[in-house]
Design a protein around this ligand. Structure first.
Ligand code: NAP
Length: 309
């Protein structure tokens, strides 16, 4: 019987593991198929406090893991939770085909970037294609270069505005003729002289796989059908996130887009099940906010378990 099973190995999961391990609960963390989560898909993380020169995303996650293990966290590496039964306590999780009883659970399954699914996108990821301007925008390859943001929501606007600090011009490619972002964000974005909207346009491919770097995007105007190429050194895809919460559908309360709705900080509608990080956060989605939420979930789980002894 595990005291705490933590599902997910991003910033939220490891931080919850550090806190519950230090509370002597010997948490079991199930990493999922992508150990380290989204941060392992980026390069340098420059906005995590405490690293004045930045820190490699993989290194940061490895450090968090070592820190948790040092205090007694157990890790089920590359394992995937296939099913959960939260209908009675102890809870039952099916992990790699085996049933695991748990007194409490912390959901930290994160979110994935929605992808365009066009040629060149995967091949050039981290070679000019990125999903996070805050993480990658300041990289030297983007300095004083034309950049492209794809999407028309708040995230795309935020990314575009942020990128104007680095790029020579920021094209904002959107498939419709107006933004879906909030009014204030829309106004700010359209008033920025360095942002050039490209309306009614879809991206059909990212160039140039042969050169192993981004040189432009193949685009098509959906109203005229006309295709063309737009030269740029960076492609920032901001077409939304998909929380990894399918496993909990119908059991844990979530909004219409699948983000878990936390109750009083880190609790959920099921007593003994806690939540942390991007799977419950559609607004901030930063490494530091996920880590903070992991800390909250760890403390909540510890207090809840203590109260039942
Ligand atoms: P979003 O609001 O869902 O917007 C996604 C955008 O990407 C939409 O413009 C959508 O186009 C476009 N899109 C989706 N799939 C596409 C595809 N396959 N190809 C091309 N374009 C595609 O997502 P978000 O901007 O990440 O925001 C998510 C939530 O977080 C929102 O509630 C937002 O308000 C919130 N948020 C708030 C802030 C803030 O307040 N500072 C910052 C960021 C996010 P359509 O418009 O045609 O659907």
């Amino acid at each position: 019987m595990e005291n705490v099973v933590i599902i997910g190995s991003g910033c939220a999961g490891w931080t919850a593991a550090i806190y519950t391990a230090r509370a002597n609960l010997k948490p079991l963390l199930v990493t999922g198929a992508q150990p380290g989560g989204l941060l392992t898909t980026t390069t340098v993380v420059e906005n995590f406090p405490g690293f004045s020169k930045g820190v490699d995303g993989n290194t940061l996650m490895m450090e968090m893991q070592e820190q948790a293990v040092r205090f007694g966290a157990q890790v089920q590496y590359m394992s995937v939770v296939e099913r959960v039964d939260f209908s009675r306590r102890p809870f039952t999780l099916t992990v790699d085909g085996r049933e695991l009883p748990a007194k409490s659970v912390i959901i930290a399954t994160g979110a994935g970037h929605r992808r365009l699914g066009v040629r060149g996108e995967g091949e050039l990821e981290n070679k000019g294609v990125t999903y996070c301007a805050t993480c990658d925008g300041a990289l030297p390859i983007f300095r004083d270069q034309p950049l492209t943001v794809i999407g028309g929501g708040d995230s795309a606007c935020e990314e575009a505005n942020y990128l104007t600090r680095f790029g020579s011009v920021v094209y904002m490619i959107h498939r419709r003729d107006r933004l879906r972002a909030s009014r204030v964000m829309t106004e700010r974005t359209l008033a920025n002289p360095k942002i050039k909207p490209v309306w009614d346009t879809v991206v059909e491919g990212v160039l140039d796989v042969c050169q192993d770097k981004v040189t432009g995007v193949k685009i098509r105007n959906v109203k005229t059908g006309e295709g063309s190429t737009l030269a740029c050194a960076g492609v920032f895809v901001a077409i939304g996130h998909e929380p990894n919460t399918r496993l909990f559908k119908g059991v844990i309360d979530m909004d219409e887009t699948g983000f878990i709705i936390p109750v009083k900080g880190a609790r959920t509608n099921v007593e003994g099940v806690f939540v942390a990080g991007d799977c419950a956060d559609s607004a901030y989605r930063q490494a530091i906010t996920a880590a903070g939420a992991g800390c909250m979930a760890g403390i909540e789980a510890e207090r809840w378990l203590a109260g039942r002894e």
